[in-house]
Design a protein. Structure first.
Lengths: 259, 99
């Protein structure tokens, strides 16, 4: 591997790709924001008193996040097997670890909030639209459709989570906020990977665009309905909801997919 | 020069580029040796310096040791993107993703 220049922006593009897709990079990056944390937050962080209604709404929201993270965990682990090259396989291996951590910290947060059987609560409170999205994502992975599965998972699902988690973190209680901020930092890598991987693919194989357009038309309603299920519970007014959906839509539009 | 708080006015292409010594702004999402090249964005009121541009994918501010101009290539390590600096609305610098 070549020498690095003094200014990172002068780095050779191939060297950059090797560097950022490596486990070494991932390990040094996550150490920066996870060292010293327990289950995603500072151990002695004080709980803010939530009333019963607030706690109940938060439990429903976290159960839905857990459905999304389970989908991403199962999806990314399946994608390692069909990834087209070493860089993408290694990156997806780091994503599997990230998604497993997300699921674990969310379940731990549910337990903090008094949920005894997190699995049962997630099954009971999970949005049917999100559960359907998970089923469709896993179908795409099982059919070994690399582009469609990466599009569904690392662009559509991750962009939705990125938008919702960022907005939720702004008004969340201190413990939930720290947990979400740690997840958001991981999501930056995941959305960037998805957009860049697909952007390159679409340039070299433009015919893929029509198929991904179909995937988007099928999955968009599920994603947008899932937004509706969660946004009211995290305290968003009706006026704010379209802006949140737009921040999700911008990611897919950068790849050239318009409504 | 720290890289922030300077005039955001775009320079002419014929003028020599301003150089910047970057300091660590606490951006903890990349390995330590790369941290000085990035900082958090604090929203629409966050005025970018001439050596800074916002990543359109993950909304992190990318910083360079030299003043940026349209056509420059930069990397966002937080989301692993390669970007090209372009002149946006009112001459403000923006970045397009290079796939």
């Amino acid at each position: 591997m070549g020498q690095e220049p003094a200014d990172i922006h002068d780095m050779d593009p191939q060297l950059f790709q090797e560097r950022v897709h490596s486990f070494e990079f991932w390990f040094e990056a996550v150490q920066g924001y996870l060292a010293g944390k327990t289950y995603g937050h500072t151990p002695d962080l004080k709980e803010e008193g939530l009333d019963e209604d607030e706690k109940d709404r938060l439990i429903t929201v976290l159960c839905n996040y857990a459905v999304g993270e389970t989908a991403a965990l199962e999806g990314s682990s399946g994608l390692v097997g069909i990834a087209p090259n070493r860089n993408t396989k290694l990156f997806l291996a780091t994503q599997v670890v990230d998604e497993g951590r997300h699921l674990e910290v969310l379940i731990h947060r549910l337990q903090d909030l008094g949920v005894r059987d997190a699995e049962a609560e997630i099954a009971r409170r999970g949005s049917p639209k999100l559960v359907e999205f998970r089923r469709r994502l896993l179908d795409l992975v099982a059919s070994k459709d690399w582009e469609a599965a990466i599009f569904a998972q690392n662009v559509i699902l991750e962009a939705m989570e990125f938008a919702v988690f960022r907005r939720h973190a702004e008004g969340a209680d201190p413990v939930t906020r720290e947990v979400l901020l740690g997840i958001i930092k991981d999501e930056r890598r995941h959305i960037g990977f998805g957009e860049n991987e697909l952007g390159r693919r679409l340039q070299s194989a433009p015919h893929v665009r029509a198929r991904l357009g179909e995937v988007r038309r099928e999955l968009d309603p599920l994603v947008l309905a899932s937004f509706d299920d969660v946004t009211e519970k995290i305290g968003l007014s009706r006026d704010e909801r379209p802006e949140l959906a737009r921040s999700y839509l911008r990611a897919v539009e950068r790849l050239g997919f318009t409504p | 020069m720290s890289g922030s708080g300077d005039s955001g006015a775009p320079a002419r292409a014929s003028e020599p580029r301003q150089r910047y010594v970057l300091d660590d702004r606490g951006f903890d999402e990349v390995p330590k040796k790369y941290r000085k090249f990035y900082r958090r964005w604090s929203g629409a009121d966050d005025e970018l310096a001439p050596n800074e541009v916002l990543c359109p994918i993950c909304k992190v501010v990318i910083r360079s040791t030299r003043e940026l101009r349209p056509g420059d290539r930069v990397y966002c390590m937080a989301c692993m993107a390669r970007l090209e600096v372009v002149a946006g609305e009112g001459g403000r610098l923006e970045a397009d993703v290079i796939y």
